[in-house]
Design a protein around this ligand. Sequence first.
Ligand code: DP6
Length: 325
Amino acid sequence: TDLIATAKAHTNIALVKYWGKRDETLILPWTDSLSLTLNEFYTTTKVTFSETLEHDNFYIDRILVDQKNNQKLTNFMNVAREKIGLTYFANVESFNCVPISAGLASSSSAFAALAGAIYEASGVDYTLNDVSKLARRGSGSATRSVFGGLAEWKKGSTDDDSYAQPIQETVDFGIEMIAILLDTTKKKVSSRLGMQTTVDTSPFFNEWVKVVEKDMQIMHQAIEKKDINLIGEIAESNAMRMHSLTLSASPSFTYFNADSLLAMQEVEKLRTNGVKCFYTMDAGPNVKVIYDRKNRETILQELSKVFGRDRLVVSQPGPGIEFIK
Ligand code: DP6
């Protein structure tokens, strides 16, 4: 008989970034990282393991991924089969839910949902740490999307001790994010390649490892104190230091575009006018604004004037992985 399960996982945005792998096959990072899981963006994935299938099939938003583009997914399924001790192939149907069809459906929610559905379908005993470890093998940031709210990925040193754990699954203070959708096309340099280039060629990479260690400490204190402004300050400076690695790599590259710079300036302008808010960016030009929800309307009003209200997506902290019956 077929083994079936469906899982739902939300995207997360790192407040202290993961940037650089120590082991590219196992996806072991050079540093710890810490993130906020978001309510607005998620992936729902159904896995059906069947004795009758002769290979895996992947459907993303109802479209079959062709043979030539599914190598990464096939490799992931092979890793999963080994872990759960199953030989069946699977049908994988994945749905990305974003408010407007826009570039924020990230690999973090996708691999977390897939890993969860695989374990749930398999019938083996498992923990969320197992799910987190398997998700990691698909995409580093997916490690953290297994948990809701604020979560931390401890770098570990082997396949077995590198996984995320929750810090505050239900966030009890008013932190919120606005994603400014500036460019929703596919990223030009994948995080995989971007990281590899930076680790190999940026003369500042060793400094980055030290920066993250310090930022993790302060971030934990800031969360403890529910100090949103300190959280935002550290997140912003951490993100800018990550992005400075790309400029110092050879070949040099950047994820910023002209609108990203404009967005960051607007946030700085708001700050000059006494409205506390901060920015962060990932491996693409979209800017995310971090703030206390009591400032939401003021920030929305100002950013709408420049970017238009329909490019702004407000998101609260979101939940961890859920299984759908
Ligand atoms: C900038 O998790 O997408 O968003 O492990 O190669 O799949 P791979 O990379 P990925 O990289 C995320 C990079 C980041 C920072 C972060 O989420 O921590």
